[in-house]
Design a protein around this ligand. Structure first.
Ligand code: KG4
Ligand code: ZN
Length: 342
């Protein structure tokens, strides 16, 4: 099967072709991501109206490039999969309308895919990870533990009580004025910083659950800055490293608890979403998994942040399982993973 995937739910206009001639040959034939960072940078975050217009502008060349890099015409595609939520509705609408139009024009099967399911299943495109597995989904909009029991069967074990992890990275970077998007900027700066320099509070210590909280930590970074303790570039690097370390401590502590909630069939700990691109955090999770006798698996960095290969792959799994969507589906701004099995 050759599946065309389209993703427009946030600030990346993306299209990809993924194929799977047999189980051993699953492959990404093309993966085109047009990042709109330069259009949002002066606002320090994604502006939904600007994003929607940019998607409209870039969607056609992006899809055309994905097809040509895969050396394929639309006629050779076996199905079209598109993010139909959750996300910024203006952008999702653009992707869904284009995907529907192509499916109708070429008389191809069509599937609306949940963006979070795309992140959740990516690892099965790049690695041989069988169901079930424990997933830590950490992105700009979401932060949750999911017991992935099978295709479309997701049980959320814990989630953030306030900000998502990526949101905390972005806000801290904005406060420190070190760039956007914040995650990569903080990670880069932290490389030269002393993570023990600033003592920041570890959230939810001792709580017997696997929820997250980042707002207190964020406030203490703000207080540290307001006290005038951060003057030199080295001070900034130290604060970035101290913040990232506490995020790591918090994630490790919560993951330990989440692992205690799943049985021995769950042999893999998987991390996905934009924050999963953070090498420091990946290292901390790998260390923990090894200690707890689980295999740690993470998709390659480029497939952690938003992309369309993950949407094409989720589409491929679903087409193979016999799912298709009605052409009259509407995009959903909110669409929890748990509701997919209903
Ligand atoms: O999955 P994603 O691309 O979009 C959403 O669906 O949210 O995630 C974007 C988020 C942003 O908050 C960004 O700052 C964060 O992922 N991120 C990182 C890193 N790369 C991206 N956070 C920490 N370290 C990184 N290297
Ligand atoms: Zn995402």
């Amino acid at each position: 099967m050759n599946i065309l995937g389209i993703e427009t739910s946030c600030d990346e206009t993306a299209a990809a072709v993924v194929c799977d001639a047999n189980v051993a040959s699953k492959r990404v034939l093309s993966n085109v991501v047009f990042s709109q960072i330069s259009e949002h940078i002066e606002y320090g975050g994604v502006v939904p109206e600007i994003a929607a217009r940019a998607h409209l502008h870039y969607i056609r060349p992006t899809v055309e490039r994905a097809l040509s890099e895969a050396n394929m015409t639309l006629a050779e595609i076996d199905g079209v999969a598109v993010t139909s939520g959750p996300g910024l509705i203006g952008g999702v609408l653009v992707g869904v309308m284009v995907a529907k139009a192509m499916a109708i024009a070429q008389n191809k099967p069509f599937l609306g895919i949940n963006h979070l399911e795309g992140h959740a299943l990516t690892v099965r495109l790049t690695h041989d990870v069988p169901y079930p597995y424990l997933l830590l989904l950490v992105s700009g909009g979401h932060c949750q533990f999911v017991a992935v029991e099978g295709l479309g069967r997701y049980r959320v074990l814990g989630r953030t009580l306030d900000d998502a992890a990526g949101e905390a990275f972005d806000k801290v970077a904005k406060m420190m004025d070190i760039g956007y998007p914040g995650g990569p900027a903080v990670e880069r700066l932290a490389l030269t910083g002393d993570a023990e320099r600033f003592v920041l509070p570890r959230p939810l210590i001792g709580r017997k659950d696997c929820n997250f909280s980042f707002s207190g930590l964020k406030t203490s970074v703000r207080t540290t800055l307001q006290k005038g303790a951060v003057v030199t570039d080295q001070d900034k690097a130290d604060l970035a490293a101290s913040f990232q370390k506490v995020v790591g401590d918090h994630i490790v502590d919560r993951t330990k608890y989440a692992l205690s909630l799943v049985d021995e069939r769950y042999q893999h700990l998987v991390v996905a979403g934009g924050v999963a691109a953070n090498k420091y955090l990946r290292g901390r999770l790998a260390e923990l998994a090894e200690k707890m006798g689980r295999a740690f698996v993470a998709p390659p960095l480029g497939l952690c942040t938003d992309n369309a290969a993950m949407i094409a792959w989720a589409g491929l799994e679903r087409f193979k399982a016999g799912f298709t969507s009605d052409l009259n589906i509407s995009p959903k701004p909110r669409w929890p993973l748990e509701s997919l099995g209903e």
